[in-house]
Ligand binder design. Structure first.
Ligand code: SAM
Ligand code: SF4
Length: 327
């Protein structure tokens, strides 16, 4: 019998994000400190077998039906397509979020191993700005990675854009146009206080209404009916597809959130902004039974709070940055 992962507010959790590594070949300014981070020693990372065990248990016992691989940068984990193959045996919607820089080499293998769809991060179409934001001069490779993902049959291919005031907000319409022209759905994400350098402020957030208004001036659009997905979607009236906005700050979706997270070092998190983690790795490595693991998961989800409260005076930032938690 499936025992759903339900918290005290009645929210059922079905969407698992697995960070497969805390390492990254980029250092995006809004995610990682400029000097980089110390990477976890290899033995602290969950092995593929440990990841597969937890994922299987969550799917078979607890009704999880969606798994997204993330990081750090998931494609820097060696033999990633082997893990994808192991997880593809499960009845889940299997996806990945990546910076896209190595997709020309990897997209075919990942797709053949069972990856269904992919989100690729792209915050600027200007080579100089892209290099400033990521500390890598790789705009061309990421654009080529987007093409490689489409050619490999990953569907849908989506593009994630973190919008930051006076950093890249002047490119909102250009990025929307890019999505229309390439046939990929762009998801504009409000900047969240998970940057390692702690430079985030309310003023740096460009909210959903402003993003939508700017795009609507260039391309007439209408809202698409809201589902439980975090992005609010809009359709271009001329038939050139859709775009989405993830309004995690101005219109948080905490009351319908169904996400849970596993960090690369095996800590279970019941919220992106959680201050407490649950040590799954120690449990797994102490010879725990599946029942023991299930008990931890259920207790951890039950302990979830109502919402992140970013705008409240009581808000406390998590000590780990986005690249360590897994976006
Ligand atoms: N390395 C991969 C990538 O960049 O897509 C996966 C990990 S990254 C942490 C996952 C997502 O989190 C990316 O789309 C990234 O743009 C987003 N992200 C990182 N820091 C963020 C922040 N402070 N606010 C909003 N989104 C952020
Ligand atoms: Fe790396 Fe992704 Fe964070 Fe950029 S957003 S530093 S690519 S983990």
């Amino acid at each position: 019998m499936v025992r759903q992962l339900i918290d005290t507010f009645g929210r059922v959790h079905r969407d698992l994000r697995i960070s497969v590594t805390d390492r990254c070949n980029f250092r995006c300014t809004y995610c990682m400190p400029a000097e980089g981070l110390e990477w976890l020693p290899r033995e602290e990372l969950l092995t593929f077998e440990e990841i597969e065990r937890v994922a299987r248990l969550m799917v078979e016992r607890h009704g999880v039906d969606s798994i997204r691989l993330t990081g750090g940068e998931p494609t820097v984990r060696a033999k990633l397509s082997t893990l994808v193959g192991m997880l593809a045996d499960l009845p889940v919607d299997l996806s990945m979020t990546t910076n896209g820089v190595t997709l020309r080499a990897q997209a075919g293998d990942l797709s053949a191993a069972g990856l269904k769809r992919i989100n690729i991060s792209l915050d600027s179409l200007r080579a100089d700005r892209f290099a400033e934001l990521t500390l890598r001069n790789d705009l061309g490779r990421v654009l080529d990675g987007i093409d490689a993902a489409i050619q490999a049959g990953l569907d849908p291919v989506k593009v994630n854009v973190v919008v930051m005031r006076d950093v890249n907000d002047d490119e909102i319409v250009d990025l929307a146009r890019f999505g229309r022209d390439r046939g990929v759905e762009v998801r504009f994400i409000e900047f969240m206080p998970l940057d390692a350098d702690k430079s985030w402020s309310d003023g740096a957030v460009v909210g959903r209404d402003e993003i939508v208004a700017r795009i609507a001036e260039a391309f007439p659009l209408e809202p698409v009916d809201r589902t439980s997905a975090p992005a609010t979607r809009y359709r271009y009236l001329d038939g050139a597809g859709c775009f989405g906005v993830v309004a995690s700050v101005t219109r948080n979706f905490c009351d319908t959130c169904d996400r849970i997270r596993l960090t690369a070092d095996g800590q279970f998190r019941n919220c992106l902004f959680a201050l407490d983690e649950f040590d799954l790795r120690s449990l797994l490595r102490s010879g725990a039974s599946d029942d023991d693991v299930s008990d931890l998961l259920q207790g951890a989800v039950a302990a979830k709070w109502a919402g992140h409260g970013i705008s409240s005076v009581n808000f406390i930032r998590p000590s780990r940055s986005m690249s360590q938690i897994g976006g």
